[in-house]
Design a protein around this ligand. Structure first.
Ligand SMILES: *Cc1c(COP(=O)(O)O)cnc(C)c1O
Length: 396
């Protein structure tokens, strides 16, 4: 008898009750704009920034309207100008090259390894082409951050981290987003905390913190922030930094604060699910597990495996057979961008040179979300279905 999975791959957990109550309180008083505060009141947004900075061990934090906005703000804050090259991952999602394009800069794509991390040899060869690296920890895979930071520091390349998939992850115990000059996070529904839309940016650099705050649309109200640099830093930059409105509002901040307090527990739950699926897939003929380095503390909110050197037809057959049994696999190798997936060469607004070594890997990347609404039994069943269908196609 063949089993079929009946769960939903895009169903997140409900917003926790304490977050709902906090949101309702904001709705009741009506002061949704972050700078609209009663006398002596601290806004939810300012408190969120203060708490996230403390949680991450960062000096400064800014809450904004989306992860993509945080990335673009980081690029502006470090001084990227129209036409400037910006190094970034070939394996990432559209908001990353999109953030670079939004400041009229030019992505320079760096290849991907079988560990699904940025190819550090390729990066080394391209380091002299740009002053900034927008490093995307795509699907939560961390590269050797020690080697990357050494290389970039030596070359004077500023690192901006895209931590959309690594909120709560760490490299040798140091939280992801704390290695580069700026760390950016997304609070969009499919990430690790859910306010529908939203983003967070952290840094230890006072000038970058002040510029990002002005850029986000603080007017001259920056003293209402609790995790921003002092007014003397703003004095230096306030006349020369444009307002590119993209603030977070108090409703979203209220929803996020309780979720961030619960992040560690959620990470543990994700990893129980991830490990269950990985365990079930290990040893499947023709399927390569993406091994995780010992130095990496990961957040298994999605899982990837490789069908390396499979023909597109056979990969399509696996996807279709799994879908028929209720398991939704995404494929990064598809010629046409579909859903959330796309390849570096599908962003035609950005020039790219073919990267055959990366193309071979991209062509074999299979990707699956692991929502927390799945039980461990669900995860075991999903792994059995993938294992059976991959084996069947492999052996046919
Ligand atoms: C979601 C995501 C972003 C951007 O986040 P938004 O909040 O959707 O703008 C950036 N990078 C990656 C890899 C993402 O998955």
């Amino acid at each position: 008898m063949t089993e079929t999975f009946t769960g939903n791959f895009t169903q997140q957990e409900p917003i926790p009750e304490d977050a709902i109550e906090a949101a309702v309180a904001v709705l009741r008083h009506g002061r949704l704009h972050r700078y609209n505060v009663a006398p002596d009141e601290l806004s939810e947004t300012a408190l969120l920034e203060q708490e996230f900075a403390a949680q991450m061990g960062a000096k400064y934090c800014l809450a904004v309207s989306s992860g993509g906005y945080a990335l673009a703000t980081a690029l502006r804050a470090v001084g990227v100008k129209p036409g400037d090259p910006v190094l970034t991952n070939a394996f990432t999602l559209a908001p990353v090259p999109g953030a670079i394009a939004s400041v009229s800069a030019k992505p320079v794509f760096v290849g991907v390894t079988e560990a699904l991390t940025i190819d550090l040899d390729d990066l080394e060869a391209k380091l002299d082409q740009a002053k900034v690296l927008m490093l995307s920890h795509m699907r939560g895979h961390l590269c050797d951050m020690d080697r990357l930071m050494q290389m970039c520091d030596a070359a004077g390349v500023i690192v901006i981290e895209d931590c959309a998939h690594t909120m709560g992850a760490a490299w040798r115990g140091q939280l992801s987003g704390r290695q580069g000059a700026i760390g950016c996070y997304s609070c969009q529904t499919y990430k690790h905390v859910n306010s529908g839309e939203g983003g967070l940016l952290i840094t230890d650099d006072p000038e970058l913190g002040a510029k990002a705050t002005m850029l986000s649309g603080s007017y001259m109200l920056y003293e209402r922030h609790l995790a921003a640099p002092g007014p003397e830093v703003f004095e230096q930059i306030k006349y020369t930094t444009p307002n590119v409105s993209g603030r977070m509002d108090n409703l979203r901040a209220a929803i996020l604060r309780p979720q961030l307090r619960d992040l560690d527990r959620q990470v543990q739950r994700w990893n129980e699910r991830y490990d269950e699926i990985e365990h079930g897939l290990r040893g499947t003929p023709g399927l390569k597990i993406v091994e995780r380095p010992d130095a990496e503390t990961y957040v298994g909110s999605s899982i990837q495996f490789l069908l390396l050197d499979w023909t597109p037809e056979r990969i399509a057959e696996v996807i279709q057979r799994c879908a028929a049994r209720g398991v939704e696999l995404k494929w990064f190798g598809g010629a046409e961008p579909s859903g959330f997936t796309s390849r570096y060469d599908s962003w035609r607004y950005a020039d790219s040179t073919p990267m055959p070594v990366s193309d071979r890997i991209l062509a074999g990347i299979m990707d699956m979300r692991v929502p927390l609404t799945f039980s461990l039994e669900d995860c075991g069943q999903i792994a059995r279905i993938i294992r059976a269908e991959v084996s069947a196609v492999y052996q046919s």
